[in-house]
Design a protein around this ligand. Structure first.
Ligand SMILES: [Zn+2]
Ligand SMILES: [Zn+2]
Ligand SMILES: [Zn+2]
Ligand SMILES: [Zn+2]
Length: 337
């Protein structure tokens, strides 16, 4: 008899739990199922606020900050916000870090479109063509301009698109303006930098914002500087670092290095080291120096430091070629280039 009661209680217990889990409908209103909402909603595909399950005519929308909860309506999302806030912020930060600390495949400059080797991020090793917005390595530039065109007494053209080289800064500006009007993000960034040089910070902010919106990594980096300096826009430390992060995610080694420095200043050494390792792997020399220091003070392990040194060397070697080495020996004859 006792056994039978126990079995029956168990049976009803399961029934009650199922009922509670699945929510029930009464008088047209959904009864909120606490278990569903608080604990198992993610797995059970229920609205985190009211517990409504996802079925054919009910589509749940994920929280726009995290991947932990979903809601059946904006009202539900708003009602649930106070109890979700802390968890949401924590998870959103974790998700952001997953993106931030992913090793980019290459620097934001990518490869030289002529020799197809990775471009060195040092500004003395490349130049850009205003006709086609291509960044050309100095090796290819020298080979084209000095050896092919000067020696053959040919007209100077862009080594990539063969457009005649602009003869004056005005012609150069005209090229840039033409490409910017066609929504070329690189040219729009150049316009922003020109404004900056001329002291028009608001104009600079406008152009850089647009270029960043179009996905230009370099523009994110400069935009960060504007926010930091409060030039053309209200000073905003948070926004400045968000821009630096966007640039770093896009493979900008200097932006990554700066993030590492900032984390180091704030004594978050594990984060600083992660940034320096990523930047070193992209060939950034300064990050290697910082890692050396971190190793000395015991903030990075011997194994990780050795791996970073190897990765850095591999990146530097990949940017070398006989043509690029030869170009280092050549001085631009008239300083024009
Ligand atoms: Zn709901
Ligand atoms: Zn959330
Ligand atoms: Zn090249
Ligand atoms: Zn060109």
């Amino acid at each position: 008899m006792g056994m039978l009661i126990a079995i029956l209680l168990g049976f009803f217990g399961v029934l009650l739990m199922r009922r509670s889990l699945l929510w029930r409908q009464g008088g047209g209103d959904y009864v909120i199922d606490k278990m569903c909402a608080d604990n198992i909603q993610a797995a059970a595909n229920c609205c985190a606020s009211c517990g409504t399950a996802e079925v054919d005519d009910v589509k749940l929308k994920k929280c726009d900050q995290c991947d932990l909860v979903r809601y059946c309506s904006v009202t539900c999302q708003q009602e649930h916000q106070p109890q979700h806030e802390v968890m949401c912020k924590k998870r959103a930060a974790e998700l952001r870090d997953e993106i931030l600390f992913r090793q980019p495949e290459s620097t934001h400059l990518g490869d030289c479109p002529i020799c197809l080797l990775p471009l060195s991020p040092s500004t003395k090793d490349y130049l850009f063509e205003t006709c086609c917005s291509k960044i050309i390595c100095r090796g290819c530039d020298i080979a084209n301009k000095l050896l092919r065109e000067r020696e053959g007494q040919l007209r100077e053209t862009c080594p990539f698109c063969r457009h005649p080289q602009p003869k004056t800064p005005e012609e150069q500006d005209k090229n840039i303006m033409k490409r910017a009007a066609a929504n070329d993000s690189f040219a729009i960034r150049q316009m922003g930098m020109k404004c900056y040089r001329e002291g028009d910070y608001e104009g600079s902010f406008k152009y850089l914002s647009k270029a960043a919106e179009l996905g230009d990594v370099g523009a994110h980096h400069f935009l960060g500087a504007l926010y930091l300096e409060g030039k053309g826009v209200k000073k905003d430390y948070g926004k400045a670092f968000y821009c630096y992060e966007q640039a770093a995610i896009g493979g900008h080694p200097r932006a990554r290095y700066n993030l590492g420095l900032d984390e180091g200043i704030n004594e978050r050494y594990d984060r600083a080291v992660k940034h320096f390792i990523i930047a070193a792997t992209l060939g950034n020399d300064d990050s290697i120096q910082r890692l050396k220091h971190c190793y000395t003070i015991g903030k990075v392990s011997k194994t990780d430091f050795a791996a970073a040194l190897r990765a850095h060397q591999a990146a530097v070697d990949a940017m070398k070629s006989p043509q690029r080495e030869a170009a280092k020996e050549v001085n631009y004859p008239d300083g024009k280039w």
